[in-house]
Design a protein around this ligand. Structure first.
Ligand code: NDP
Length: 293
């Protein structure tokens, strides 16, 4: 029987956004401060354009100021860097996000590291990566932060649990591993060169899949009762229709897992909610105000 609990990331994210909106209203009323998020999109990748539009809409819905900067695909590095420097100086901007991936001719490390770390709401600046890795107060990347919030809501303390993160990107896999380590999990990070991945995954009390391969993880990779977080967003064609599927075979995994995030409606909505949370946090820190929980 398919008895895994569906982890409703959509509902959790909606609740989080409501709490953020209430905090934003309070900041405005008590301190006259409006958190502002600037999003920079270079080029016209259709998926990125959708993400950027959603970010703008949800930023405004939370009562924050949204600044969108669209640059052509052939923008040179100096133009992009000077925009970043201008946003670093802009008092109305508390969060800066440069949408990845950038066109090939632009060096994303260089651009990420040009962002003021205090405004680095994506948490990709090496300064924030270092803070997270040493257990200090950092800006934490939004997708793994969203995964962690869902896990803690589901399981309470994560201490001592065996966790397997499949994927080692700087955006998801590595920061996810750092966060789980900070929660006192035993952490395994697997990737494309790992040997006998199914056996590694079967050890996991918590399995986080961040690979980008449609339904790669089947039921026989999952320990009975495990909590499965599916970060993957893969566009596939099924019966002539475009569909989104995760890295986990949801239907099959539901027979084995204890709880699992669906795609869509799991990790996806948490990512933007955490972006808003990070923007609010950045605004409070920059203005020397107490941070919300
Ligand atoms: P990357 O392509 O940067 O990283 C993928 C990782 O998966 C790499 O570490 C790679 O290993 C590993 N991998 C690839 N193939 C295999 C395999 N056959 N077996 C084991 N490991 C493998 O992707 P991202 O981390 O940026 O994203 C991962 C997925 O999450 C994508 O589907 C993306 O769309 C989605 N995503 C979703 C977000 C959300 O909001 N829900 C946000 C960000 C991403 P190696 O390092 O050895 O190459």
């Amino acid at each position: 029987p398919a008895n895994a609990q569906k982890i409703d990331g959509g509902a959790f994210a909606a609740n989080l956004r409501q709490r953020i909106a209430a905090e934003v209203a309070r900041l405005q009323a008590e301190h006259g401060v409006t958190p502002g998020l600037a999003v920079v999109l270079v080029g016209d990748d259709p998926a990125s354009a959708v993400y950027v539009r959603n970010k703008g809409t949800q930023t405004e819905a939370a009562g924050m100021a949204s600044f969108e900067h669209r640059l052509p695909a052939d923008t040179d590095a100096e133009t992009l860097l000077s925009l970043v420097r201008q946003l670093n100086e802009d008092q109305a901007v508390h969060g800066i996000l440069v949408q990845l991936p950038l066109p090939d001719h632009l060096d994303s490390d260089l651009v990420m590291n040009a962002i003021d770390p205090a405004k680095d709401v994506d948490g990709f600046h090496i300064f924030n990566v270092g803070l997270l890795g040493t257990g200090q107060k950092a800006m934490v990347p939004c997708t793994p932060l969203g995964c962690l919030l869902l896990l803690k809501d589901q399981l309470g303390s994560l201490a001592g649990l065996n966790t397997v993160v499949v994927g080692r990107s700087n955006i998801v896999g590595k920061p996810m591993a750092q966060l789980l380590l900070k929660e006192s999990c035993t952490v395994t990070v697997a990737h494309s060169r790992s040997r006998d991945l199914p056996a590694i995954c079967r050890n996991a009390d918590i399995l986080v899949a961040a690979v980008g391969r449609p339904e790669m993880i089947g039921a026989d990779w999952i320990k009975s009762g495990a909590t499965v977080i599916d970060v993957g967003i893969n566009r596939v064609e099924r019966e002539g229709k475009q569909r989104l599927v995760g890295d986990v075979d949801y239907a099959a995994a539901s027979h084995v897992a204890g709880a699992i995030t669906p795609v869509p409606g799991g990790v996806g909505p948490m990512t933007i909610a955490c972006l808003l949370a990070n923007t609010l946090t950045a605004c409070c820190r920059i203005n020397g105000l107490p941070e919300p929980e």
